[in-house]
Unconditional design. Structure first.
Length: 94
């Protein structure tokens, strides 16, 4: 049985919060606001990011992409592709 779409917290302490994010085709999850974040894509695909304003942008990370992101407000992420997208996200708290 595959893991449901959403975030699974792996580590959460005073220094960081690490989550595994899984989004199956056709599913949408809500992503909370974060500040400094490192991510690594385990399985790439096509994600439509929906901002609170209603604006959208496509994020199509390839498998094994790793990058850094600064602050983003809460937003929705919808898998509009044909593959399950999985990535690890590590938010630094300090």
């Amino acid at each position: 049985m595959s893991e449901a779409s959403g975030s699974k917290v792996l580590v959460d302490n005073d220094i960081l919060r690490a989550t595994k994010v899984t989004i199956h085709p056709g599913d949408r999850i809500e992503v909370p606001s974060y500040n400094r974040l490192f991510y690594h894509v385990i399985s790439g695909g096509s994600i439509k990011v929906i901002w609170p304003s209603g604006d959208t942008v496509m994020w199509e990370p390839p498998t094994d992409e790793a990058n850094w992101a600064e602050h983003e407000p809460p937003h929705g992420s919808e898998n509009v592709g044909k593959t399950t997208v999985i990535y690890m996200a590590v938010e630094l708290k300090k």
